[in-house]
Design a protein around this ligand. Sequence first.
Ligand code: PEP
Ligand code: MN
Length: 363
Amino acid sequence: MTHQRSIEDLRAEVDQINRDLLTLLSKRGEVVAQIGHAKTQEGRPNHYDPAREDKQLKEIESLNQGPFTSAAVKAIFKEIFKASLDLEESNDKKQLLVSRKVKSEDTVLDIDGVRIGGDAPPILVAGPCAIESEEQMEQTAAFLAARGVKILRGGAYKPRTSPYGFQGMGVDGLILGSRVAKEHGMLFVTEVMDTRDVEIVAEHADILQVGARNMHNFALLREVGRSRRPVLLKRGLSATIEEWLYAAEYILSEGNNEVILCERGIRTYEKWTRNTLDLSAVALAKQETHLPVIVDVTHAAGRRDLLIPLAKAALAVGADGIHVEVHPSPATALSDNEQQLDFAGYDKFSDALSSLLRQPATV
Ligand code: PEP
Ligand code: MN
């Protein structure tokens, strides 16, 4: 009669095997992490390699002597591969300069005394879609400055859907925008669309805007990263949150840490709004990165009647500021005339938000 081992005895052996397996798994994880780093260094962003996985599975299958079926063994190894891939990718993310894992405290910009992010009260960025004339800019800046707005916006280079639409005043617009902003003690933010213009725009603007259509323009991201100006980075029309943060990473990787993220709605199937404002992106960007995050309600909604509730919601999820278009006479504006606020509209807008704008973001 063969001696039967007790269940307890067998379980003790299983426990030891578990420990041995765990040691081996940890060892495997460490090696995999090293492979991940090597791939990153070689500039190979794709960690997933299906051909390599297939090769490993085939070898494991051929070596399997039971008692587990090949299907069971393959399923177990597939789980190991998946966990290893997650590890490779998360190690990659850990090194991102935009990440809170690299810098846990909020980045607070201080641009000539205007503080953005962290414990600073939410800021307002306001002004016309496009710079159109001296009178228009002068009236807008005087109106907004009198209401405490510190950052004047206005496009001198406009990314228009049609090449025949008003393309902006170019350098004349830059000169005008910066002069008017200065006269009213405001900062001037304006969009730069072309790497060749970064130098001239940086000469006149206090903050460089990279628009939604250029969020994927990596050459431009690198170029503004090399400039000495803070950058307002809009989220791309159909960009994932990850792509948006990688776009910011391009700027930081060139040595420019002064980036403000701006959610401005993404393209969905919805037709009653111009874009769909993604507030989870704001909450997530605040959670994952240390950068200030503001919300452009104008381009998100594309309609005036939603600006107040959307701005309230944005501030409630922790946005560090609101971006809104204001024009002395929206009906005659050369771009975005459906959505810009007139002065009376702006007063209603800022009154509705006044209590939320006084305190720092609490989320
Ligand atoms: C803008 O702010 O002028 C603009 C064109 O916005 P977006 O890039 O978000 O469309
Ligand atoms: Mn606009």
